[in-house]
Write a protein of this length. Sequence first.
Length: 383
Amino acid sequence: MQTPKKVALITGVTGQDGAYLAEFLLGKGYEVHGIKRRSSLFNTDRIDHLYQDPHVNNRNFVLHYGDLTDSTSLVRIVQKVQPDEIYNLAAQSHVGVSFEEPEYTANADGLGALRLLEAIRILGLEKKTRFYQASTSELYGLVQEIPQKETTPFYPRSPYAVAKMYAYWITVNYREAYGMYACNGILFNHESPVRGETFVTRKITRAISRIALGLQDCLYLGNMSALRDWGHARDYVEMQWLMLQQDHADDFVIATGVQYSVRQFVEFAAKELGVTVTFEGEGEAEVGRVTKIEPITNAKGEAEILAKCQVGDVIVKVDPRYYRPTEVETLLGDPSKAKAKLGWTPKTTLAELVKEMVISDYTSAKRDNLVKQAGFQAYDYHE
Ligand code: NDP
Ligand code: GDR
């Protein structure tokens, strides 16, 4: 007899991690359900390659309308889907924006986790449904220990991090109070070509590509001294799954154990297109100037100058509007526990991650450039 397919429910399926996780679980033979929000425009770009026509029977990828701020929708979906595993990835995930929308962030990111845990309890699924909470290195905020591990005290520095701290502890509490299999993945920053355009890595790879093609003059950034431990989202979703396959629920730090500054990320990204950026000046007067342009080996194996900018051009400036009222200056994770207990190690280096992101954004920028050259308006939006 065939063993029945495992059923997973992913909140935030239209986001970066949701898309990678859905693809990963489908590859493992799961029936995958995702919760998407109603939007006035299509918001499924990242998962369109997984889409299955709703008119076809026996789909293994199904989307449901719902919202983390709406308990009734969550209870209805959990009841209908009867999931073996819930991955709670949905969130207002932008730290900077959380200072502008603190109440909504608390509602979606903090109480959202509670609503899902309660849905499991109300429906009597405590013994069936395993729960993953997308916790974050932002919990460490003003860091109390370097590197940060599972036992490092939290000191959140934004409405986002404070909301996520509630979600972290309510997950631990439901595990202890009701014996639920519920765990926290304390994930350090992870990126990819489908990272949201307003997070700093994607903002950089996108802008550098557009500057190289003459579509944009300058990249405006906030605190370029911030240090982050950046990994690849594709590697990190595998760990989210692994955490739900253990004998006992537990919480794990997931990180690479290496950190770089935002400034270094700019240098690495520009280098991929043959551009050397050198930083000069201090504070708000700091700029990044092009000091060298070298040919890059193109897809045909020929040496080609890709960048249209000139030596001497200032292509990076500071814009204080991107400063945060309270900043997280440094994050560096210690993933020893995940390595020992889950047998997990990140596969992608930062150099490989930067390359993949730049290739993807440069390809999109080339398409935008063709559109512009054909006389169509190429709109751009900076944030
Ligand atoms: P994204 O911002 O790319 O995706 C967030 C997802 O949540 C989107 O699908 C979004 O929908 C959805 N969403 C937002 N608000 C609601 C709501 N009220 N109800 C239902 N869905 C909602 O985030 P990532 O994929 O990068 O991150 C996934 C999770 O992991 C998040 O919880 C994030 O806070 C956390 N995290 C992320 C890290 C990272 O470095 N990427 C590190 C540590 C934790 P829509 O597409 O419609 O906007
Ligand atoms: P972060 O990611 O806040 O770490 O949260 P982000 O990429 O937004 O910022 C990283 C660092 O870069 C600095 N920075 C800028 N950031 C943005 N977005 N835009 C800028 O122009 C800019 N200039 C400098 C920031 O100040 C910060 O220090 C991400 C999110 O995915 C969270 O959901 C997740 O929990 C954490 O990572 C781990």
